[in-house]
Design a protein around this ligand. Sequence first.
Ligand SMILES: [Zn+2]
Length: 323
Amino acid sequence: MIGEVHTGIYRLRLPVPGALRSINSFLLKGREGWSVIDAGPPLPKCKEQWETAIEDLGIQFTDIKQILITHGHIDHVGLAGWLQEKSGAKVIMTEDEYKQAFYPDETEQVGSLYYQDGMLSLGIKAEEIEQMTAILRFATVIPEPWPEVQFLEEKSIEFGDRPWEVVLTTGHTNAHVCLFNREDRLLLSGDQILPTISTVIRFPTRVDDNPLEQYLDSLNRLLQLNPAWIMPAHGEPFDDLDARIDQLYKHHEERLGLIKSCMGNEPRIVRAIVNELFGSGLDVFNLFLATGEVTAHLLMMASQGQVQIDRDPNNNQLYFSLV
Ligand SMILES: [Zn+2]
């Protein structure tokens, strides 16, 4: 399933379990070899599709000279080590994303909202946290071989005979990389903006964290680049960034409105708002996503002075109330 989506840029669609369904790896043809953006998840089916794609292109794995990983999520980085083993290519990532992907326990602050005490303070029960942790471990631990990684520090990089500006974006993860080619106004957008699905906002880590605002600011920066052709990590390439960003702003505005309407006059914990918005029958994985999303929206409102946060000293729970 490989096809050219722009001169010299090929898209390989790899299967991903769950709602995303597939991920795009991009292969850029250059005079001195091929460059790859994102490796795909560590699934046997994806390895097979890589092998078929290399054959269809009439090249060898060793023609791949560099592999850039946009961010540390397993569907992007999972096969980086395998692809490096087959090709000998260098693997490039930002240091933050590398650490987050390969050494998450060392980088997340224990006691942060993401961890046990923090989750409890949002109203998630201990047994639910246990189940979430098990699922997240299963879905995020990267199997061997691990790649040998060079940290991306440059402001621009040459891929497929084009210069690409490195645009660091936040909100989905901490140091996500988009690439922009100014001459042809091409944007490789990773997960930062997708054509049909709204990007997951990362789980806030502290009460003064504000990933939703970071995400919306990053969208604004992408808008200012004025790209003509956007190649995302999931879904089809598209051309109208303005319209898509408009939709996303509206989507988050609607969510903010819904959350506000759930809050009423009484201080509320995140879990109560989640139950009201999404029902109480969510499986633990969706409960995790929903809790992160509602918390991110509440923290943005708190940063704007619309919401007040109080901690109950008796049970350590965080109460949110409209100002
Ligand atoms: Zn991602």
